[in-house]
Design a protein around this ligand. Structure first.
Ligand code: MRU
Length: 331
């Protein structure tokens, strides 16, 4: 996996061969972004099965079960993690009494398929989303919902990439995205690689830019969408959505169906990860907050469905999403 913690200063890969280390990579944000977490978890399960394939069948099953549990405990908010593990588990079930080595082989094929499918889905969302952006649009995004956050291409940044590929002149405004700086480090890096013009702002500047008519649309990704259309995404997204509504700016969420959790009734029930306070008090070796101060560090917030202009899915755009329209996506 590309080590996203050290980008853009260094571009390095880390190799993994077991569920335990993959789970640690997800938890420590070597890999992050909902679809990328799902793909990583699928490979984590496949690698664990390979590692265990020489055990007798009963031991293989017991140990592989522990591997799935380790992966499931790595991060709580992005539903893609659990979606991918459930899909891997289904394949395992379908293998019945097959030999461990055969199960391991089948799980690896499925992980490859989840990866390939994610790129196809991003491309489909990109095509639908690109049609929503006018030529010359200035698009604000939050966090990193790009190639790094997926198997490739991206959800929100995929929409932007597709619009550019269609020949539209698009410029991006990226919130730096406190506290982990996915916008400043990762979105900015991706757009520089692609030669797509990007302006970086701190998270508290978007209202000013909107008020001065410098933003035409907002496009963000998501980590989990509830059955009623409420959207969990990187902390600060809710603030942007409220501002966008205040200024009549469309607020779009690029959302593969794998990110919709129909078992969750509304955003109030989405588990929100609380991360280490050290992410707020400083960055890497630099500590700027007063020693001993109380910290909160919720990593995600929930934007109510009523603030969402449209969900961009691989099946098309769902305008003003609600329970019925979301259910219809799965018919
Ligand atoms: O904590 P992170 O970096 O994993 O959070 C990522 C986000 O919130 C993204 O916006 C979301 O996963 C959509 S990614 C395509």
């Amino acid at each position: 996996m590309i080590d996203q913690r050290i980008l853009p200063a260094r571009f390095e890969y880390i190799a993994y061969d077991a569920a335990l280390s993959v789970a640690d990579g997800i938890r420590s944000m070597v890999v992050r972004g909902a679809p990328a977490i799902g793909v990583a978890a699928a490979y984590g399960a496949a690698l664990e099965a390979q590692r265990l394939q020489h055990l007798p069948a009963a031991d293989f099953a017991t140990e592989l079960e522990k591997g799935f549990a380790l992966l499931a405990a790595s991060r709580p908010t992005a539903i893609n993690l659990f979606w991918a593990l459930e899909r891997m588990r289904r394949i395992w079930r379908e293998c019945g009494a097959a030999a461990p080595s055969a199960i391991a082989g089948r799980l690896l094929i499925e992980a490859h398929e989840i990866l390939a499918e994610d790129i196809r889905i991003n491309r489909a969302m990109g095509a639908y989303g690109a049609a929503l952006l006018a030529d010359g649009a200035r698009v604000l995004t939050h966090c990193n919902a790009g190639a790094l956050a997926t198997a490739g291409w991206g959800t929100a940044l995929g929409v932007i990439r597709s619009a550019v590929e269609m020949g539209k002149k698009i410029s991006v405004i990226a919130d730096e995205t406190r506290p982990f700086l996915q916008g400043a480090r990762l979105t900015a890096w991706e757009m520089v690689q692609e030669n797509i013009p990007l302006t970086l702002i701190t998270d508290n500047m978007s209202g000013h830019l909107m008020a001065h008519n410098e933003v035409d649309a907002v496009v963000v990704g998501t980590d989990r969408v509830a059955a009623n259309g409420d959207v969990a995404n990187k902390i600060g997204t809710y603030m942007v959505a409220v501002l966008a509504r205040r200024h009549n700016i469309p607020f779009y969420v690029a959302c593969p169906l794998s990110t919709i959790d129909r078992s969750i009734n509304s955003g109030a029930d989405i588990p929100i990860e609380e991360r280490d306070g050290a992410e707020v008090t400083g960055f890497r070796d630099c500590q700027w907050a007063a020693q001993g101060v109380t910290i909160r560090n919720p990593a995600f917030d929930v934007t109510p469905a009523e603030l969402v202009t449209g969900l961009i899915t691989e099946k098309g755009v769902v305008l003003q999403p609600d329970r019925e329209k979301i259910a219809a996506l799965f018919l």
